[in-house]
Design a binder for this molecule. Sequence first.
Ligand code: HSE
Length: 403
Amino acid sequence: MIEIAVLGFGTVGSGVVELIDNNQEWIRRSVPEGIHVKYILDIREFPNSPYADRVVHNIDLITEDPEVKIVCETMGGKEPAFTFSRKALESGKSVCTSNKELVEALGTELMLTAKQNGMSYLFEASVGGGIPILRPLRNSLVQEEITTIGGILNGTTNYILTKMEQEGAAFDDVLKIAQEKGYAERNPEADVEGYDCGRKIAILASLATGRKADYDEIPCEGITKIAAPDFAYAKAIGRAVKLLGIARKLGDGSWSVRTAPFLVPKEHPLYPVSGVFNAVFVHGTMVDDLMFYGRGAGKNPTASAVVSDVVELAMHIGVPLRSAWNEEKLTLANSDLECHRFYIRAAAEKAPALQAAFSSLEQIDLGGQGGPETAAFVTDEISERTFAQCLGEIEVQNVIRLL
Ligand code: HSE
């Protein structure tokens, strides 16, 4: 048996332990000796759990046990996850994680620690929940120059937007359901303000380019300004509202990376992706367009992605796997120069001011159903800077970019 330890017995950690037990038969096709969870580290006790006897509270028990070969970090947050992961790597154990916050902020350092100690650091579950996306990027697509990557990267917000659009549900009610279903972060602000999506697109851009994209430099907007009329106006122009994280290589070699709600057209493969599902769109210069689709959050899909790393690590004991990116920083483009068409929703009385400010505005017609008090428009393709200059001090209710 290959012995492993799981750090954190929350939604994902408990899913990992259960999956390893339940799917042992399938795991043994790749790891014939089998995989066994020897320790579960948590500050809590779980007296009613069938795994109660494996729960420990001291990381040293794990790092000092030479039988433990792999550590799964499913604690979330930067600390103590970082310290525990580093300690595990320094103690000769490979580590895998679902912790996107840690991977984005300190993954470079942990990959270096892994390399220095002949170990590996993997994080398939940090992006796209159950979707296999990092492994294809590390393996199947190594020969490709990737020029676009991104898509719907947060299950909670896609679930909220879908329920608001299809059922007219209220934002707070749907968020509560997403929390109950185990989709949302402990602090759901990370989901709804776009931070989680921002971290995931930073990880994807880093993997695609081999250089570290800095999350703090990525413009980030969430979905808290989206309201019922936005769905109606979007539908009237054949589009749906989706929170996207997108990274694109520009002509000068720099990368444009952004997290924001977009109006996605019907013809685009991301348009029908609804509910908790995520989809990652990739363009490679040779392979052309690819899309990876699956459940972006939830206990079992995320646990499945974590265990895929455990199995890969178990198949490579003593063989360190290549780091996903190096320490070089990815240069991001000046986001002010990025061009889009913009949707603007405003009080009807602002319409003359908007029409005077923008040289060309197309009004969205809801056939009289939008009510007399609101108006919505779409601009021509203009830069972020020009848009901000034209809008000036005019007060609007919402602005969304068109994909
Ligand atoms: N809160 C995250 C989401 C969990 O909703 O996508 C998966 O990373």
